[in-house]
Write a protein that binds this ligand. Structure first.
Ligand code: SAM
Ligand code: SF4
Length: 348
C-alpha cells in the first residue's frame, strides 16, 4: 500500500527470535540479552496470520531475520506457510550462516527464494573476535551449501568496522583493506553478490565507527579496476550495485547514513514479540500481539497494520542529509522517541 509520503510499502522483515548463537560486538552485548520467554514470542501461526493480512495490504516480499533465525526450531515449516499465502511472491532469509549447511535443503524444499549471509571478514581470528567466538569455517560451509543450490539467490553482507584506539575489531590500514579485497573475490568467483553495509547508530552500533561505501569502493577499484554502476532495480532494497570487469557477480553498497534512501524505503518490521515497526530508528510501533491474543478479528488487525504502514515516518535522523518531515499526526520526526534496543531485539 502507499504510505503518507507516496512510498509503496511492499516488504516486511519478520524477526522470528531475539536469540543468537553469536555475539557480534556491534549487535549483542557479550553476555547476550535477557531472552524473551518463549510464550511472548509470536507462534508460526500468528506470524503467518500477520503476513496474510499484510499481503492483503500489499506486502509481496518477506525476509525472515532475528537474532539468528536458524536457531528457531522448524524454520523451514514457517517458510512453507508463508510461501502458501496468496500475494506473497518471495520469502527470503538473512542469517549468519553457521547453521545453514544443515538446514538449507529443508528451507529450499519449502520454497525459500534467497538467502543473505552475514560475513564481516574471511579472516578466522578476526571473525572470532567480531562475533565473540564464531567460526568463519562454519559460515563458509553454509555459504557453499547455499551457493550449490541451483536458482537460489545468495548474497554475502559485510558491515566494515573502523578500528578505534584499543578496539582491535575494526580495520583501517592497508593490511586490513585486504579483508574487503578478499571478500569481493566471492563475487568475482561467482559464489555470491557481496554487499558492504554501513554501520548504523542503532543499539550497540552507536559505539562503533563503520567504513562508508565510497571508501570501500575506492579500495576495491585500486585492485579490480573501475567499476560500472548497475542500472535498473536490483533486489528488494536500497543497495546500489556496481559491476567490476571480469566479475561474475556484483558488489553492492547499502549506505543508510552517508546516502540516505528513506524517500524510497519500502519496508516495515515485525519484531519477534509482535510489534510492527514502520522505521528502524524510532521506538514507535503497533502492538499486534495484544490484538492477536485478545481475540481481534482480521479487519481489526488489518486496520491497525494499515495505520502503521500509512504513518511510516518520512526519514531516519542518523545525522546526514536529514530533512524535516512529518507524520500524519503532524508530529515531526525530530519529536519521535529513538529506539534504544539492540539490533538483535529489533530484527535487523
Ligand atoms: N543473525 C542474522 C545475521 O547476522 O544476518 C540476522 C540478524 S542481524 C541483526 C541482520 C544484519 O544486521 C546483519 O548483517 C548484521 O551485520 C546487521 N547489523 C547489526 N547491527 C547493525 C548496525 N548497527 N548497523 C548496520 N548493520 C547492522
Ligand atoms: Fe547474531 Fe546476526 Fe547480531 Fe551477529 S549480527 S549477533 S549473528 S543477530
Amino acid at each position: 500500500m502507499i504510505d503518507q509520503f507516496g512510498r509503496n510499502v511492499d516488504y516486511m522483515r519478520v524477526s522470528v527470535t531475539d536469540r543468537c548463537n553469536l555475539r557480534c560486538v556491534y549487535c549483542m552485548p557479550a553476555e547476550g540479552v535477557a531472552s524473551v520467554p518463549h510464550e511472548q514470542i509470536l507462534t508460526f501461526d500468528e506470524i503467518a496470520r500477520v503476513c496474510r493480512v499484510g499481503a492483503e495490504l500489499g506486502i509481496r516480499r518477506i525476509k525472515l531475520t532475528g537474532g539468528e533465525p536458524l536457531v528457531r526450531r522448524g524454520l523451514p515449516e514457517l517458510v512453507g506457510m508463508l510461501k502458501g499465502i496468496t500475494g506473497i511472491e518471495q520469502v527470503t532469509l538473512t542469517t549468519n550462516g553457521t547453521l545453514l549447511k544443515e538446514q538449507i535443503n529443508g528451507l529450499v524444499s519449502n520454497g525459500l527464494d534467497a538467502v543473505n549471509i552475514s560475513i564481516d571478514t574471511l579472516h578466522p581470528e578476526r571473525y572470532r573476535e567480531i562475533t565473540r567466538g564464531g567460526s568463519v569455517e562454519k559460515a563458509l560451509e553454509g555459504l557453499d551449501a547455499a551457493a550449490a543450490v541451483p536458482g537460489l539467490s545468495v548474497k554475502v553482507n559485510c558491515v566494515p568496522l573502523k578500528a578505534t584506539g584499543s578496539n582491535l575489531t575494526g580495520s583501517n590500514g592497508t593490511e586490513e583493506d585486504d579483508e574487503y579485497i578478499r571478500l569481493a573475490l566471492l563475487a568475482k568467483e561467482g559464489k555470491a553478490d557481496v554487499r558492504f553495509i554501513e554501520m548504523m547508530p542503532i543499539g550497540l552500533g552507536k559505539h562503533f565507527a563503520g567504513r562508508g561505501g565510497d571508501e570501500i569502493l575506492g579500495i576495491l577499484e585500486k585492485v579490480y579496476g573501475k567499476a560500472e554502476p548497475c542500472t535498473g532495480r536490483l533486489g528488494n532494497g536500497p543497495a546500489e550495485y556496481v559491476q567490476f570487469p571480469g566479475f561474475r557477480r556484483r558488489i553492492g553498497f547499502i549506505s543508510a547514513v552517508s546516502h540516505q534512501f528513506c524517500g524510497r524505503c519500502n519496508r516495515v518490521r515485525l519484531t519477534s514479540e509482535g510489534y510492527l515497526k514502520p522505521c528502524l530508528q524510532y521506538e514507535r510501533g503497533t502492538d499486534l500481539k495484544t490484538l492477536l491474543r485478545g481475540g481481534a478479528g482480521d479487519p481489526e488487525i488489518k486496520a491497525a497494520m494499515e495505520k502503521a504502514f500509512y504513518e511510516k515516518p518520512a526519514h531516519h535522523q542518523f545525522g546526514v542529509n536529514g530533512q524535516p518531515g512529518e507524520n500524519s499526526q503532524g508530529k515531526s520526526c525530530a519529536e519521535e522517541t529513538l529506539e534504544t534496543k539492540e539490533m538483535s531485539r529489533i530484527g535487523g
